[in-house]
Design a protein around this ligand. Structure first.
Ligand code: HSE
Length: 404
């Protein structure tokens, strides 16, 4: 029998407890040994819940019990998760976590400590919820020079954007509804400002390139400025608007960003809607490979955590090598990267087109029948720096969205 402890009995923690118990026969067979939840750590009481039989409030009980082989950390946040996880690894226990803040900030150090103790630090659930993406990157896509990794990595914002697109509603209205449905947190900044997606693309890029991608160096723009009028233009152009986290290698330089982008129907991520996530990896020999599924939620996320628990049991005294050094990968300024831009401007398409073309060169102009006093245009492919320079000469720009 292998004893497991779960740190945190919130949404994901109760899911991990449920998956290990409900699917115990399957999970134990896959692990090659009976999986037993010996402890669940939480400060709260849960009267009437069977978890009370294994609930503890003091982390030291878990830490000092040599029978606990695997710890599933599903508390979220950097502290006390970091202190708890580090202590467990130092005691020679394997750790599985869904905690993207922890992994993005301390991933290389925790991987190294696990290696020194011949144990494992696994984090499949930290990106893409229930979608297998970490293990494929670490163990499967190992023959390629990965040129691009592009993801819709945040379920909340994808839900908001999908609903705005379908129903023509404004951002605030849809956010409120997402909060009422329990998709968005009461403080939704981490999702809608792009910080959550930023940590996830930092983790994926670090694993892809083997060096630490510092999430604080990644250009990050959220979806709070996207409006119903942007979607009217997008629909007219045949585009959808998605929040992308993207890392790319071009001519030996590395770029990463998080931002809303317009994509057309030929893009493989175009049809990833609602709370789903999608991740596309482009390898120089593999070509494109796509991962799609439930990117958030109690049971999908728990499924990924428990799959890590199974893997940790399979490799109990055998470190699975994960290449993610603490050396920072140098990211090139986004200003050097090239793309087309969709731009909305106050004014009149006929009388202002000359000024726009003087700044940007030839552009494709469009207007909406039901929106007056403004028009939009699409630039040719230019660098971000060139966009900034051209835009600085025009007073009336309302917004701009990158096109991928
Ligand atoms: N808030 C996150 C999301 C949860 O909406 O994707 C999963 O990491």
């Amino acid at each position: 029998m292998i004893n497991v402890a779960i740190l945190g009995y919130g949404t994901v923690g109760s899911g991990v407890y449920e998956v290990i118990n409900t699917n115990n026969d399957i999970v134990s067979k896959k692990a090659g040994d009976k999986v037993n939840i010996k402890y669940v750590l939480d400060l709260r009481e849960f009267p009437g819940d069977p978890v009370m039989d294994v609930l503890v409030h003091d982390y030291d009980v878990i830490l000092n019990d040599p029978e606990v082989e695997v710890v599933a950390e599903v508390m979220g946040g950097v502290e006390p998760a970091y202190t708890f996880v580090k202590a467990a690894l130092m005691k020679g226990k394997s750790v599985c976590t869904s905690n993207k803040e922890l992994v993005a900030k301390h991933g290389p150090e925790l991987i190294e400590i696990a290696r020194e103790h011949n144990r494992n630090f696994f984090f499949e659930a930290s990106c893409g919820g229930g979608i297998p993406i970490i293990r494929p990157l670490v163990e499967c896509i190992t023959a390629d020079d990965v040129l691009e990794i592009t993801g819709i990595l945040n379920g909340t914002t994808n839900y908001i954007l999908s609903k705005m697109s379908r129903e023509g509603l404004g951002f605030d209205e849809v956010l409120k509804e997402a909060q009422e449905l329990g998709y968005a947190e009461r403080n939704p900044a981490a999702d809608v400002e792009g910080f959550d997606a930023c940590r996830k693309i930092a983790i994926l890029a670090s694993l892809t390139y083997g060096k630490n991608v510092d999430f604080e160096q990644i250009y990050t723009e959220g979806i709070t400025k996207i409006t119903d009028v942007d979607f009217k233009y997008a629909n007219k152009l045949g585009y959808s608007v998605k929040l992308f986290g993207k890392a790319r290698k071009v001519a030996g330089k590395f770029y990463a960003y998080v931002a809303p982008v317009m994509i057309d129907a030929s893009h493989p991520l175009y049809s990833v809607n609602d709370v789903f996530n999608g991740i596309m990896v482009k390898g120089n020999v593999l070509g494109d490979v796509m991962f799609y599924g439930s990117g958030a939620g109690k049971l999908p996320t728990a499924s990924a955590v428990v799959s890590d628990v199974v893997d940790a049991i399979r490799h109990l005294n055998d470190n699975v090598y994960i290449e993610w050094s603490s050396d920072n990968l140098e990211l090139t300024d986004i200003k050097e990267s090239e793309k087309k831009f969709f731009v909305r401007m106050k004014g009149n398409a006929d009388s202002d087109k000359a000024a726009v073309e003087a700044a940007f060169g030839a552009v494709e102009v469009l207007t909406l029948d039901d929106v007056e006093g403004e028009f939009a245009f699409v630039t040719s492919t230019i660098t971000e720096a060139k966009y900034d320079e051209a835009a600085s000469g025009l007073d009336n720009i309302i917004t701009r969205i990158r096109i991928e």
